[in-house]
Write a protein that binds this ligand. Structure first.
Ligand code: C2E
Ligand code: MG
Ligand code: MG
Ligand code: MG
Length: 287
């Protein structure tokens, strides 16, 4: 009996694996066609000056508008795109589209795009970026490329080469999700980024863990001592804002300032509201 149940369990397990594999294959198949079917969208989230609340940059964040599922999060399909190699085409589409959109924006605004490690390895990222800038007439200093430290894991020397080639184009380079990896600090030594983005997990714990503020302050100081700009991600509340403000970080990003929105909405972000967030009497008194 026990044996039978064991076999039944195994069969059930195998059936479930089959179903999962099939669902994955289907998603993969659909993702292959997503670009041609015009199902990919870029949303843009404001990144504001941490002293004034002025919008300085928008981060481009991809969404997949699936015909049946609606908006699919990048957390769901970017890993699949990386495993299947589809990331090269998707990544190229992202860079192209973000540059095209940003070229129509008021001058001071920059656009920041995320580039995956495997995209870094597979495609000639530098050529893709250079041609997107040229084709859209976007000045290179208005583009920021965000990468995470995992780009260094497989072939660090090659990663540094690509980073240097991108730097030579005149674009800015940001180290994303800083502080979450295994050895973030050692990567600061390998390449001189323009900017680090402190991961949102730190901000989430700001009010519950008394040490978190100390850690964030230390990262901001470290960044500044290395001559880097420091952005803090994931700011959701006025309480977090007031705690962070005194640390002297350069930029902030988070739902408090605005959620990612379609390109057509970027001109609708209420700049007066953003400025007022940074002009609260309580904040001014401490400044
Ligand atoms: P990321 O680059 O660290 O992007 C920040 C993520 O935090 C975004 O999630 C954004 O919507 C979210 N976020 C921003 N402010 C807040 C906040 O105040 N609270 C909370 N809880 N979340 C906030 P999203 O858009 O789901 O993207 C997730 C990740 O997917 C990105 O993390 C990035 O690693 C990746 N990704 C997004 N777009 C692209 C892309 O075009 N190419 C590649 N390769 N990866 C992308
Ligand atoms: Mg990012
Ligand atoms: Mg991040
Ligand atoms: Mg992230």
């Amino acid at each position: 009996r026990v044996k039978d149940e064991g076999r039944g369990g195994l069969r059930f397990f195998e059936a479930r694996m089959d179903a999962q594999l099939q669902a994955r294959r289907q998603l993969e198949q659909e993702l292959t066609q997503a670009i041609d079917r015009d199902e990919l969208r870029l949303f843009y989230q404001p990144i504001v000056n941490a002293g004034t609340g002025e919008i300085e940059t928008f981060e481009a964040l991809i969404r997949w508008l699936h015909p049946e599922r609606g908006f699919v999060s990048p957390a769901e399909f970017i890993p699949l795109a990386e495993q299947t190699g589809l990331i090269a085409r998707i990544g190229q589409w992202v860079i192209e589209t973000a540059c095209e959109t940003a070229a129509a924006w008021p001058q001071p605004w920059r656009v920041s795009v995320n580039v995956s490690p495997s995209q870094f390895r597979q495609a000639d990222t530098t050529a893709v970026v250079a041609s997107a800038l040229a084709r859209n007439g976007l000045a290179s200093d208005r583009l920021v490329v965000e990468i995470t430290e995992s780009v260094f894991i497989q072939d660090a020397d090659r990663a540094v080469q690509v980073l240097n080639a991108l730097r030579a184009l005149g674009i800015r380079l940001a180290l994303d999700d800083f502080g979450t990896g295994y050895s973030s600090l050692s990567y600061l030594q390998r390449f001189r980024f323009d900017k680090i983005k402190i991961d949102q997990s730190f901000v989430r714990d700001l009010e519950s863990h008394s040490d978190t503020l100390t850690i964030v302050r230390a990262i901001v100081n470290l960044g500044h001592n290395l001559g880097l700009h420091v952005t803090v991600e994931g700011v959701e509340t006025a309480g977090q804002l007031s705690r962070l403000r005194d640390l002297g970080c350069d930029q902030m990003q988070g739902y408090l300032f605005g959620r990612p929105a379609p390109a057509a909405k970027t001109s609708e972000f209420d700049q007066a509201r953003l400025r007022s967030l940074f002009a609260e009497p309580a904040l001014r008194a401490r400044a």
